[in-house]
Design a protein around this ligand. Sequence first.
Ligand code: SF4
Ligand code: SF4
Length: 349
Amino acid sequence: MEKIRLARAGLTVSKLGFGSIPIQRLSEDEEAIAVITRCLDLGVTFLDSANAYTTSEGRIGKAIRGHRQGLVLATKSGAQKADLLQEQLELSLKQFGVDTIDLYQVHNISDLDFLAQVVDPKGLMTVLEEAKRAGKIRHIGFSSHNLDVAKEAVKSERFETIMFPFNFIVPEPAEELFPLCRKHSVDFIAMKPLEGGMLDNVAIALKYLFQFPIAVMVGIEQVHEIDEIMQVLEGPLQMTEEEKREMQRLKDELGTRFCRRCDYCQPCPEEIQISWVMQTPSLMNRLPRKGFVKGRMGARLEKALDCTKCGECEEKCPYHLPIRDIIEEYTNLYKEELRKYQEESARSE
Ligand code: SF4
Ligand code: SF4
């Protein structure tokens, strides 16, 4: 497993990191432990979680018991008050079952007000710096989905690492953040390399990212997923001409309407599950027509017909997606599929 050095923090980590959002979905701790153990066996030494990821810290804690040495543990808190931040930090230590967390990150600095709240001389950073002096954490980083805010946070030079979405569909960080990170000695950790499963060509997604000198945090839920990833990483990392063409095709297809499934557009006053609705074409292609229109996705799209076009979601979307137009287009796709399904049903009766 290729290693990379997070220079400012002085940490050496596996270039492939274990992202632990997906293991929350597993119903049993044992299933999650099996996945994490397989990753450790294959040489993954960098594991990331967050207070917000429900069972994930505890599951990592159980999986690494007795194997802590050589691992770099990272987690995050989005607490906006000092006492809550302190409480969540202590909880992370307890759930991981460790005395020290290697990298503690401020979770999702989404606007400049929150950034100011963190870096203010009497702000949240004082809690983290005190925890660092006490040996409870070793290094301080942050995550964000907002490019402009992330740039300011990097420039503040208060953080040692940044975790930010990066993949071939959203290549902006390479152009806009990497030079800034170099200038201010902040190490870059890519998140959402597969866009939560929307980029199903794992080989292309990883080959693209592994050309950069960065750590790549991949959300992994199943043992077969890490095995597939390792197959890619053990082969030639140079993209073939065919893969380059396929990458371009995917970029053109997904383009600027690509939903990152971050759910920052929530809550919707009409309770529309926007990030699900945004996946309509992909699910429509993968599910049988009946399963699509009569299953959970159909129910979500039925609800999306209630969209009032109020625009609240678009104000919150960090990627400025034209959500209202996309919802209209996708609900029309749904109505067309429903009509075809009803015709087919009528014919077969
Ligand atoms: S525009 Fe539609 S989807 Fe967006 S917040 Fe308003 S009702 Fe919800
Ligand atoms: S529409 Fe925007 S805010 Fe909502 S989930 Fe997608 S990318 Fe995130």
